[in-house]
Design a protein around this ligand. Sequence first.
Ligand SMILES: Cc1cc2nc3c(=O)[nH]c(=O)nc-3n(C[C@H](O)[C@H](O)[C@H](O)COP(=O)(O)O)c2cc1C
Length: 177
Amino acid sequence: MSPASVENNHIKFMERPLIVSYSYSGNTHRIAERIRVMTGGDWCEIYPWQPYPMAFPELLKQVKKEIKSRYYPKLLPASYLPRSYSVIFLGTPNWCGTIAPPMASWINQNDLSGKIILPFYSHCGGAAGDFQENIVKRCPKADVREALSVIDDGGKSLGEILQSWMARNGIRVFQTV
Ligand SMILES: Cc1cc2nc3c(=O)[nH]c(=O)nc-3n(C[C@H](O)[C@H](O)[C@H](O)COP(=O)(O)O)c2cc1C
């Protein structure tokens, strides 16, 4: 595993992190891309094997059903595996107050024991569940940090939002944007 050192709960040093994101309409991927530039990390976009419907009413109906039944959609093969990374940024849209099922699938199929997880999520200002708690429950053996909430793609404030979140975790950014 690439090393990371933690002092007083701050990440003092980390080797290249992994950034994993699922996005339906692009916002979460835009945040992930910015984190990639800031940290020099590797970026793994995840995609469900079966794309979601384009029309919102059908999409919402399917998503509600999947969340209620704890269904884990099959994913397309990922470009990076988490095994060799010690710090992982995890991004998902807020879907009905929780993480999107494709991200739940990814977490479910990977061993995240001992990893430092930095969760982030995009939302539109509606109901927000407890994302951090949600991730903690799904990966109890990981060190899950404060979940960052971003409205849409954060617009012009995104760089600042990300920098202060990383500073709260002691992460020095590779490149400010
Ligand atoms: C099926 C569905 C459910 C959603 N539920 C919520 C919600 O509960 N709360 C909220 O603030 N936004 C909700 N949204 C809005 C998305 O979280 C928001 O548009 C986000 O920026 C989308 O990210 P993406 O572009 O990466 O897919 C929902 C969107 C969809 C499609």
